[in-house]
Ligand binder design. Structure first.
Ligand SMILES: [Zn+2]
Length: 120
């Protein structure tokens, strides 16, 4: 069964579902609203693990884009939102690091911190 992604028109929740062809759209898991939009299929993965790996990559890239622009608060908010639908160790770790404002060695944060310092 392919995975589809939906966004609730009321609360903005993004969620994913395995769905058969012709199956009705699921209601929002957060608020129960039935007006949900099917998001364009970006991946076409049949496999949930592939889908999540690709999702994680996209989320970390976007967080990094925020950090490169020096928008640390936005990166943190974005990650905390993203964590509601994609929970991976790397996303959680980056979010925790941004929340605690700890210096980190290795990983995404230190790399972007280098870029931020260069811009100043
Ligand atoms: Zn909703």
């Amino acid at each position: 069964m392919p995975i589809y992604e939906f966004r609730c028109e009321v609360c903005g929740e993004i969620f994913e579902r395995l769905m058969k062809m012709g199956e009705e759209f699921p209601p929002c898991p957060r608020c129960g609203e039935s007006r949900v939009l099917k998001l364009p299929s970006l991946f076409g993965f049949q496999d949930a693990a592939d889908f999540r790996a690709e999702r994680e990559r996209a989320i970390l890239k976007r967080a990094r884009d925020y950090l490169i622009d020096g928008k640390v608060g936005e990166a943190r908010r974005f990650l905390s939102r993203a964590q509601e639908y994609v929970r991976t160790d790397r996303i959680r770790k980056l979010h925790d690091q941004l929340s605690q404002r700890k210096p980190v060695s290795g990983g995404y944060v230190s790399r972007t911190e280098v870029i931020i310092k260069k811009k100043k």
